[in-house]
Design a protein around this ligand. Sequence first.
Ligand code: RIB
Length: 307
Amino acid sequence: MADIVVVGSLNMDMVVQVPHIPQVGETILAKEIHYHGGGKGANQAIAAARLGSSVAMIGKVGQDKNGHALLDGLLKENIDITGIEFSEDMTGTAFINVSPDGNNNIVVYPGANNHVDIEQIRRNREIIENSKICVLQMEIPYEVVKYVATLCHEKGIKVVFNPAPATDEIDDDLLKKSHILIPNETELFILAGENKPSAEKLDQAIEKVYKRGVKNLIVTLGDKGSIYFDGQRKIYFESKKVEAVDSTAAGDSFVGALVTGLVEGKSMEESIEFATSAAALTVTKLGAQRSLPTRQEVEAFIKNYNK
Ligand code: RIB
C-alpha cells in the first residue's frame, strides 16, 4: 500500500506556445503545439513518485487513446493505478496557452474527471485508509472531495488540500478537515471572499482564510516565493531564481514535493524549502508531467544553488 494517495484529475494537455496571452476577441497564431500528460491530480502524483514516494492514484479516464497514454505515464512512475477506473466520457482535456515569458492560462474540459463518484471511493477506500497523506484538488466533483476529506478525518489520515481551481462552494468544514491548505494567490483571495488579489491585502486575506478553520496555510506566490502561516508563525520563503520557460504544474510540483518531504519526516519548513526547489526546476521546462524533476535533479539543484 502507498504512503501517499492522490484523489484527483487526469488530463491530456494541449499546449500552444503563443507570442502573448490573447485578449478577449483577439485571434493569434501559435508557433508550436504539443500534447503532454497533465491534470492537477496526476501531476501531483507523479511529482511525489519521481521524488521517491510510494504513491497511489484514484481517478477516471476515458477509454480513448489519451486515457491509455495517461495511465501508461503513471505506470512508468511506479504509481499504483488500481483505483483509476474508465468512464464512458472522454478523457479530461486542458487547453493551455504559454507565452514566451513562461506565463500561461488554462481552460479544462473535465470529461471523465466529472464522473469520479462516491461509489468509486467506497470501492477503493482501502487505498485511502492505508495511506499516510491524502492529496486533494478541485478538478473532480466537489461532493467527492468532501466525502474523501471526511473519510480521512475519521480515519486520522492527513489531508493536503490544494484548492485549485478555487470556487466559492469550498466550505469551512472542508478547510477544517484539511491538515494543510495550499492555495496560490488567486485561490487565496477567492477563499477570502475578495474578487481581486492585491499585494496590500495579502496579509489580511491570509488572516481571513486562516480564521475559516485552517490549521496550516501555505500560500504559493509564483516567482515571489511562498508564505507559511499556522496562526502563530508567519514564515516567508524566497523563490529560487531560474530561467522561466513554462510555469505549468509548478504548483503541482510544489505539492508533490511537500508531501514527499513530510512523509520522509522532514519538518514543515524543510519540506517547504524542498518543494520550492522542485517547483523552480519545473518552471525551466515546457509541459506539466514532463517538467517534473527527479530526486537527483532536485538534490543537485539544491547543492549547486548559490555556489
Ligand atoms: O496545474 C496544471 C494542470 O492544470 C495542467 O496539467 C492542466 O491539465 C490543468 O489541470
